[in-house]
Design a protein around this ligand. Structure first.
Ligand code: FES
Ligand SMILES: [Fe+2]
Length: 329
């Protein structure tokens, strides 16, 4: 995992009021709960007393009590009460577990994965268009037994559509992939897709030969793990590829739309939208789970083609971050 990044780790609705949930993210067992103000707090899920999971504990007044001997943790992971020592006992500072900085934006929970010694120098970068109050969305999540880089690359892979999705979004035999045109910064990329039927051309258009970008389907990717397919200015598919550990990823996929706003109809449309997304995602999963190795790197034994340019760009962005910080887990 790249360090010093805000990772999308959960959908906010997964963390209820009044009780904790446990998840594994970035290779660590975590417990999440809400404090008195409803803010999501995430701690390492291992009681500092004798190692029990805090996930079976209870939330009172925004603090989390261990189910084993009742140590009470505040939102910063500090033990504020040891019942066996009496309620006036002053708990020493060493009684604590690691706590993680969190943010809740657009219904996703972001966790700062970085050094304990430095405050984050940035806030999570999200796709702002999707925060519009007129948008509604439906969501689905699924666990894949691959490193999150493989799951991300699948969504940057333009070439697979007429094969993997020949019965859905890849209909029409548009097997020739022009470009793609990729615009990028250190941690963000946008790419434009122009697919064509095979007319016997000798090669696809080079990126510099692809014109009228405004009329093409555009997709965005934001390091470390957010993806956005801009289907129109009223319809988008969003995904977060959440690392569970080195071999597992949870894919959160959302169908966002703002063309229907009437309550019941809106829910129906959103249900249909996510239903189609689930079918498409299952088509992807079937193939991606067979890929070897289960993670990707900048330099690896693959023979890539021009149509893989967004994947190459992703690998470059990631490699640069890893080299900059020399901080791979
Ligand atoms: S193991 Fe948690 S209080 Fe003892
Ligand atoms: Fe796909």
């Amino acid at each position: 995992m790249i360090q010093n990044e805000w990772y999308a780790v959960l959908s906010a609705h997964e963390v209820p009021d009044g009780r904790p949930i446990t998840v594994k993210r970035l290779g660590v067992k975590l417990v999440a709960f809400r404090n008195k103000e409803g803010k999501i707090c995430i701690l390492e899920d291992r009681c500092c007393h004798r190692g029990a999971s805090l996930g079976l504990g209870e939330v009172h007044e925004g603090c989390l009590a261990c189910p084993f001997h009742g140590f009470v943790y505040d939102e910063n992971g500090k033990v504020i009460k040891i019942p066996a020592n009496g309620s006036n006992f002053k708990v020493p500072d060493v009684y604590k577990v690691k706590s993680y900085r969190t943010r809740e934006i657009g219904g996703m929970v972001y966790l700062w994965w970085g050094s304990d010694f430095f405050e984050p120098d940035c806030e999570p970068v999200v796709f702002k268009d999707l925060l519009g109050a007129d948008y509604s969305y439906s969501e689905f999540k699924d666990q894949w037994s691959v490193h999150y880089t493989r799951a991300i690359e699948n969504q940057l892979d333009v070439v697979h559509l007429p094969f993997v999705h020949r019965t859905t979004i890849g209909r029409g035999q548009k097997t020739v992939i022009h470009g793609p045109v990729v615009e990028s910064t250190d941690d963000y990329m946008k790419f434009y897709v122009k697919a064509d039927v095979d007319n016997g051309q000798n090669s696809p258009l080079k990126p510099s030969e692809v014109k009228d970008l405004g009329n093409l389907n555009a997709l965005e990717f934001q390091l470390p793990n957010l993806w956005h397919n801009i289907i129109s200015n009223k319809l988008s598919i969003f995904a977060a590829f959440v690392p569970v550990d080195e071999e597992n990823t949870v894919v959160y996929i959302r169908y966002y739309q703002r063309f229907i706003k009437v309550p019941v109809l809106k829910q129906l449309v959103n249900k249909l939208g996510i239903w189609l997304s689930i079918i498409i995602l299952r088509q992807d999963k079937r193939v991606v789970l067979t890929q070897e190795p289960k993670y990707s790197e900048y330099r690896m034994h693959e023979r890539l083609i021009q149509g893989d340019l967004p994947i190459v760009e992703f690998r470059k962005m990631r490699a640069k971050k890893i080299n900059e910080d020399d901080n791979i887990l």
